[in-house]
Design a protein. Structure first.
Length: 377
């Protein structure tokens, strides 16, 4: 005969998180689903640096200084480390509201706005908070069912609300927010220095070769073990990649340096949050460039509130065949001791777990209160 046996199946919370993210390494790595341009970024950086180390660095180390490849390696490793840290981390995703919390917020909104007659548009769901003597509006997110904290915004690509949302960057394959913005800034800064470094020494390499055998002979032939045509084409390819990368990456670094100095995000700059018609001052700026840079780049990094690797235990029933023969006792349910002559069947197994819906978002933040306004600065 078959017996139903309850077996616990361990499920991690990242497997049930909403949104359009992908997870690897058992939830340790979190990225956006669209990662094609991120792979292109890796290919361009690794390919250009590999060509530089394989050809130009060997010649320059002998002719000029062995410190040239060492400094290039330091820049390369730092740029790759900050890129991977930006791409593989939680940018500051805010958990969605629990069903009970969402129902409470809806009831609170209805009580505040009152009954809206048919045909009329309901008023916007906004809460006003005061931060540094400035009024900041907290907007309601219809997807996450929460009033977003100050400076948070909903990313349409990842389908998540992100704290201190800056922008979604396809080149790193992730959103850029409160928890990874400093690494994104350090990545583009180090990549700018690396691009300038490789571009400069590629020109120096061609100049040194031209002084010895002439510019035309450098393009036609290169003495050594490697074919002349391949070396010339590879050098030209490196110069072209660095030249076109130089304008975009260096310009992007300058733009974000400007934002860091003002303690402002790309999202706020595009929307004109602090430079619009009302000329509202930025309540998050300290009025000092050094203080703003220290807060953005050196301030404490908040922990992730998603608890991606937290455990959800779910019970599933499996049927097992009983090998022993059926006896007379197996046909009768067990008799409870002390019951008045009645055969009381054993009650079915009950799962001690909470409903799955509640566990999905058990690490979610509570609904922002008026105290959240003070935490925004």
């Amino acid at each position: 005969m078959s017996v139903m046996v309850a077996r616990k199946k361990v499920v991690r919370k990242w497997e049930k998180l909403p949104g359009r993210n992908t997870f690897c390494c058992d939830g340790r790595i979190m990225m956006a689903r669209q990662k094609g341009i991120f792979y292109l970024t890796l290919f361009l950086i690794l390919g250009t640096c590999a060509l530089f180390f394989a050809f130009e660095c060997r010649y320059l180390a002998v002719q000029l200084s062995p410190a040239i490849p060492v400094f290039a390696a330091v820049l390369f490793l730092f740029a790759m480390a900050t890129l991977l840290r930006t791409s593989f981390s939680d940018p500051g995703v805010i958990p969605r509201a629990l069903p009970d919390e969402a129902a409470f917020i809806e009831m609170e909104i209805e009580a505040t706005n009152g009954t809206v007659p048919q045909g009329q548009r309901p008023p916007p769901r906004i809460k006003n908070f005061q931060i540094n003597n400035q009024i900041v509006k907290l907007k309601y997110c219809y997807t996450c069912k929460i009033f977003r904290p100050p400076r948070a915004s909903h990313c349409s690509i990842c389908d998540n609300c992100v704290e201190r949302f800056d922008h979604h960057c396809p080149w790193v394959g992730n959103c850029v927010g409160k928890r990874n913005y400093r690494y994104f800034y350090l990545f583009i800064l180090s990549l700018s220095l690396l691009t300038i470094y490789i571009f400069t020494f590629n020109i120096v390499y061609v100049a040194l070769k031209s002084l010895k055998i002439g510019f035309l002979n450098t393009l036609k032939e290169t003495p050594g073990t490697y074919p002349s045509t391949s070396l010339t084409l590879l050098t030209v390819l490196e110069v072209l990649i660095c030249f076109f990368t130089l304008w975009s990456v260096v310009g992007l670094t300058g733009f974000h340096t400007f934002l860091v100095a003002l303690n402002q995000t790309t999202n706020e700059d595009i929307k004109g949050s602090w430079t619009g018609k009302n000329r509202v001052q930025n309540p998050y700026s300290h009025g000092n460039i050094v203080k703003n840079c220290c807060e953005v780049l050196c301030g404490p990094l908040p922990p992730s509130v998603l608890d991606r690797r937290g455990i959800l235990q779910q019970e599933e029933s499996t049927a097992q065949d009983e090998s022993c023969p059926r006896g007379p006792s197996s046909q009768e349910p067990p008799i409870a001791q002390g019951s008045p002559g009645g055969q009381v069947p054993v009650p079915p197994l009950r799962s001690a777990e909470m409903p799955e819906e509640k566990q999905l978002t058990s690490g979610e933040l509570p609904v922002p209160s008026q105290d959240a306004g003070q935490a925004g600065h």
